[in-house]
Design a protein around this ligand. Structure first.
Ligand SMILES: [Zn+2]
Length: 227
């Protein structure tokens, strides 16, 4: 059994022993972003969350975790100071190179914990290509969405358009890295993102026309968050 789980903290013999003795060795890859997260959350919120989840999963499953990079794909947040974005090709290359290297050492199973929506398509493409090119098993699970709390959470996120720096990310950050959250900065802060109240009514997930209206709404959303 491992006592340390980050690959960069293991000695080579410790890694080799794990690979030899663990019946189903799995590498947990954590990816997130460095981008604006409102006035109160750290720029690295997504990557800090990915790091915490990857480490926790590794600990519970005797797996090894890897965080190949801190920034992710965030061109849509570049209007805000402090954002670092990798190019889509850079992030894809980082993921592919990481998986390729580890597959050459005999790792067959990978799990990606991706915390940043902007990375999703790139992670999915990396999964598809890695399976074909390196003959590995790789999953990037989302959810659970079919539990009671999963359903409540999903509905709430839809209804309040809670996709970034809102209740979900704030409570997560307060749980995982409270020292880095500066709630005082919310004292005289006014929300800058407002949905017209008539449109807001359509975000109610139970409405029959929710799906159609939200497709149109998303089609009309500006690509960059500062707009
Ligand atoms: Zn985030």
């Amino acid at each position: 059994m491992l006592t340390k789980f980050w690959i960069h903290e293991l000695t080579r013999p410790a890694f080799e022993e794990w690979l030899k003795e663990e019946a189903s060795p799995v590498i947990i890859l954590g990816v997130g972003s460095v981008e604006q997260h409102g006035p109160h959350l750290p720029l690295g919120t997504d990557s800090l969350t990915a790091r915490a989840y990857a480490h926790e999963v590794a600990k519970r499953t005797n797996s090894v975790c890897v965080q190949p990079c801190f920034p992710g794909y965030s061109p849509h947040h570049m209007g805000f100071c402090g954002t670092i974005t990798l190019k889509d090709t850079t992030l894809l290359a980082v993921l592919m190179d990481t998986i390729e290297s580890l597959s050459k050492h005999g790792i067959k199973r990978f799990l990606v914990i991706n915390i940043h929506g902007g990375n999703t398509h790139i992670v999915n493409l990396a999964m598809q290509r890695a399976k074909r090119e390196f003959r590995v098993m790789i999953a990037a699970p989302v959810g659970p969405s079919d539990t009671e709390i999963g359903r409540l959470h999903g509905e709430r996120q839809k209804k309040h358009f809670d996709v970034h720096s809102g209740l979900t990310e704030t409570t997560t950050a307060l749980t995982l890295f409270p020292d880095l959250v500066d709630m005082g900065r919310l004292a005289d802060w006014e929300p800058t993102f407002r949905v017209h109240p008539e449109l807001m009514a359509f975000l109610e997930g139970k409405r029959k026309d929710h799906e159609t209206v939200s497709q149109v709404f998303r089609a009309c959303l500006e690509p960059d968050t500062h707009h």
